[in-house]
Design a protein around this ligand. Sequence first.
Ligand SMILES: Nc1nc2c(ncn2[C@@H]2O[C@H](COP(=O)(O)OP(=O)(O)OP(=O)(O)O)[C@@H](O)[C@H]2O)c(=O)[nH]1
Ligand SMILES: [Mg+2]
Length: 513
Amino acid sequence: MLDFFTIFSKGGIVLWCFQGAGVTESFTGPVNALIRSVILQERSGNNSYTHEALSLKYKLDNEFELIYVVGFQKILTLTYVDKFIDDVQLHFRDRYKNELEQKGALKLLNNNYEFEDDFKMLLREAEDSSKAKSPGHMRTFKESEKSQKTVKSMIETKGGDKTKERSGKKNKNTKKEGECCCWWYSKKGGSFGGMFGMLKGLVGSKSLTREDMESVLDKMRDHLIAKNVAAEIASQLCDSVAKKLEGKVMGTFTTVASTVKLALQDSLVQILQPKRRVDILRDVMEAQSQRRPFVITFCGVNGVGKSTNLAKISFWLIENGFTVLIAACDTFRAGAVEQLRTHQRRLNSLHPPEQHGGRPVVQLYEKGYGKDAAGIAMEAIAYARNQVFDVVLVDTAGRMQDNAPLMTALAKLIAVNMPDLVLFVGEALVGNEAVDQLVKFNQALADHSMSDRPRLIDGIVLTKFDTIDDKVGAAISMTYITGQPIVFVGTGQTYNDLRSLNARAVVSALMKA
Ligand SMILES: Nc1nc2c(ncn2[C@@H]2O[C@H](COP(=O)(O)OP(=O)(O)OP(=O)(O)O)[C@@H](O)[C@H]2O)c(=O)[nH]1
Ligand SMILES: [Mg+2]
């Protein structure tokens, strides 16, 4: 009754197939047509498709990335087919679960799926149950004769090869296991030439051009911008994806949209993955062994959360057993010193001196307002060295990137004191501004450095991450423009609201529609 049944992977490997009794026509053509016109175009609809005299029904198994296709003469009304595909799928999954869980084409190729007997049993059951429901035995028989005729007439209209195939296999019914007609490769013969040959036919060996990708890239660019990636960076990213993909031959079962999306996703993960590991705890211990304090300077525009996140980082360091000296080098904004003093008191009450050998774990070094910040930082570092503090955290005044005198002062503070780490603090809320801020901060540090190896921004603290929903684009803009890692993410206003960046989670939030 069925012309064929086949199970193949989305990667194009035929795992198993069955050809009905008396069917001599190859089913490669109809299956390829189904793949091209329905599956590749993601027009899933009702899971059925008609090709010449054949009806095809298919089912996708997205977990194991398999496709089940059954073909039968379209003049037949086979009421059991939908349930039958489901049954075969469940049975096949059950039986070959372990093999299917092994990923990779070669693994799939190496397995032997002897599914013939199970399949026939399921088919018999399906046919019997449909016969039981309908009394029309004779009609079924007639129709099967018709189906034979149609098959023959189809063969006669086809070209030479097919005719040869018919005469060669004239009386052959069900093909043996492993001899099945595989349209991408010859399983037993191991001929990969065949596989590639068929692949060509399948997707027309389409290599991607810029034009193919243009509309998808435009959409991706807009999508990234909507997620708060700076426009300039969204464009550069899409350009580099296009360059990476141009000329690439598309894989089987992939669409332009999914190819572009995957490539973009890879690039985003790459950008967020630090090229350089910043391991503060290890570096502090290293500095300890050299009997010197480890110095971190915080900089950024006004109100982004420098002082608050400095306090959170103090807490984290104290929890890790280190002592901290906070250098109050924002001598500019009213209340800046008092803000730090409040944090110092709170932190010491969370970790009282009596638990730490009578010594406060955190101390504030301050000289009030209006004084030279670079000088105060220098004194604080010397004080920390004398008093054996493990870490000095230097708070600086917020400044706009275009304010030349203030940028020069910051560059001087860094050039003179040579901190171990320069952290740029930026809000996750920022969009296009992120690029301008980072470019100009780095430029100022480079311009006013007295060394031929200037100290630039070493890492980023991305704050207010709790306020942006899934508009996580600033993480991309900032890492893309500096090539430096996001060392901390601020996720609220308490001392515990400090995280490290989860690159995969950020990318999945970015890709989410
Ligand atoms: N929701 C949220 N608020 C934060 C976060 N980090 C800081 N803030 C808040 O942002 C505001 C500004 O924080 P500050 O630490 O004073 O910012 P600043 O960069 O030191 O500001 P200036 O010194 O004036 O330049 C405060 O109300 C903080 O509580 C965060 O991760 N999430
Ligand atoms: Mg501040």
